[in-house]
Structure formats: C-alpha cells, structure tokens
Design a protein around this ligand. Structure first.
Ligand code: TYD
Length: 200
C-alpha cells in the first residue's frame, strides 16, 4: 500500500539530512520511494520556488504561490505516484504554509485552511515527521551555511512563531504526527527513525 510521508521543521532542524537516510533505508527494504520537495517538485514549482526564496512579495502572494506550486505538485507528482503504489516522501508540505505564513508571518489561520481545503480537500499525509528543535540550536546549525535564502535570513522571533505554528498544527491533529526531538545527536535521531520505519 502506498504511503504519503512529509518531513517538517524549522530551517536548521536537520530534516533534509534525515530525509535522505530515511528514503535510502526504505529503498533497501524494497519500497519504491519517490522523494520530492516543496516549494518545488515540478518544473513550474521549481520556478515558483526560485521566486519565493529570493524575491520580496506580499504575504498573501507568498501564501498563494506556495499553494499554487503545491497544486501542480499534487496533480503531477504526488497523486500519480500514490496511484501507482509508490511511497511519496516530501520535504515539506502544507504544514509549512501554516507554520511559516501562518505562524511566522501572522497570516490568518482560517484563510490558510481555506486554501488547504481548495488545493487538497481529499489528501493529507499518512504521516508527518516533525523535527522539533529549540530555535537557538537551529540558528547555530544554519550559521554554517554560506548563503541563506529569504526565510533563513529572518530573525529568531520569526522562527519562534514558525515553531509555535507547527505545534499548533500538531495539536489540531496529533495522530498524524511523529514529533522527533531533533536537538539530539544524528545517531539518536536515526534510532527513533528506525523504529518508525519498522512500524510502517
Ligand atoms: P527548505 O525546505 O528549508 O530547503 P533548503 O533545505 O534547501 O533550504 O526551504 C524552503 C523554505 O520555504 C523554508 O524556509 C520554508 C519555506 N516554506 C514556506 O514558507 N511555506 C511553505 O508552504 C513551504 C513549503 C516552504
């Protein structure tokens, strides 16, 4: 049976590193895995990503472009893969819009829910791994990056609101999430992920 799994967390939580390992481990167990990301995942979506990560714009525009990229992604990549029995692992999905545009940028939560209902009324991840980490730890990890995009350049208070936005999403629908304590070492996190893989 196909599964749709998403990875979420503030920038610097380490989710991308773990995503690669998670996908490889599933493949070794014989699962046919499609790895993708948001914003992006399609040619049009990647063009939108380029704008979203580099160009200043109003909050409403930002939210709608995130969901526009998502609509393409769902129709062209996610749904076809799930229909053919593959597992889809996406580096971010709609939870990121609630966390970043809703939490970080204080956009109205219900308006985001309307967008979500429009763009994917019948699709939610089967499981979301939320890599949760104190903002100071995430900031320190990001400090090693040479270039930071428009979101990564935000200040700590922005990321505190993003993290709170994720927590709000988890509270609204706890059974969909596995909350990972991403402040621990890579090895400890991998052990937790291994258990999740076995349970899947
Ligand atoms: P990210 O996934 O962290 O990629 P990388 O690891 O290459 O930096 O970058 C995507 C950025 O886009 C991230 O800062 C969060 C932001 N974002 C939103 O603000 N809203 C969304 O709906 C999505 C999918 C991402």
């Amino acid at each position: 049976m196909s599964k749709f799994i998403t990875f979420e967390g503030v920038d610097g939580a380490g989710k991308s590193t773990h995503l690669a390992w998670f996908a490889d481990t599933l493949r070794q167990r014989g699962v046919d895995v499609v790895v993708t990301r948001e914003p992006g995942g399609t040619p049009l979506g990647e063009q939108l990503r380029e704008m979203l990560l580099n160009q200043a714009m109003s909050i409403g525009t930002e939210a709608m472009l995130m969901f526009a990229a998502r609509m393409e992604h769902i129709e062209q990549v996610i749904k076809p893969a799930l229909r053919s029995g593959k597992w889809v692992i996406s580096d971010r999905f709609s939870d990121a819009s609630f966390a970043y545009q809703g939490g970080g940028r204080n956009m109205d939560w219900n308006r985001l829910k309307q967008l979500e209902l429009w763009v994917h009324p019948d699709l939610q991840p089967d499981l979301t791994l939320f890599f949760d980490v104190p903002v100071e730890v995430a900031r320190q990890r990001l400090a090693n990056n040479v270039s930071l995009d428009r979101f990564e350049q935000e200040q700590s208070d922005f990321f505190e609101r993003v993290r709170a936005g994720y927590h709000r999403r988890v509270q609204e629908n706890p059974q969909r999430y596995a909350v990972i304590d991403a402040a621990r070492t890579l090895e400890q996190v991998k052990q937790q992920l291994e258990k999740i893989i076995v349970s899947l």
